[in-house]
Design a protein around this ligand. Sequence first.
Ligand code: ADP
Length: 167
Amino acid sequence: MNRKFVRAVFPGSFDPITNGHLDVINRGMKLFDELIIAVGRSPIKNQLFTPEERVEMITELIADMPGVMVESFRGLMVEYARRRKVDVILRGLRSLTDVQYEFQLAMTNRAVAGLETVFIMTSEQYGFTSSTLIREVASLGGDLSNLIPTGIYERLQQRFDKLRNRN
Ligand code: ADP
């Protein structure tokens, strides 16, 4: 049977990308023909890394993943998805708390743009990993070796060193 080519988008802040995100990407790339990691440029979220820096970090990590690409987008995610002719939105789930928010988001995206969302559950070991907590722990010098790639940890340390020197 001929199967349709399926292009998925994995949107998020990725500030910074974590092993939890990478776990979802690794699983997602097996389900879809093309997977675009879409870094949101949010005007209201307080961000540590610029969208360009986040895209650069992700580019290095996905270099060996066939069919996976990264770019940033501005504005409404569903508008971006329409422009890029995306078939499916991919989101990751960690806990029941995620489900409540993601459910609302998925319903809204389906209502306003007719876009379906596919959810992938993270590995147990990343069920509590969030970029927000990673930023906090890194700012206090904690060990994050199991939760983020080494290169990302180094970038975080450099960023916090720079911020500390400024204050
Ligand atoms: P957003 O600001 O859009 O929530 P995030 O970068 O925080 O962006 O998350 C992007 C997606 O990745 C979301 O679907 C989120 O639930 C998922 N995600 C974040 N951390 C993890 C994790 N540890 N395991 C699985 N999915 C995750």
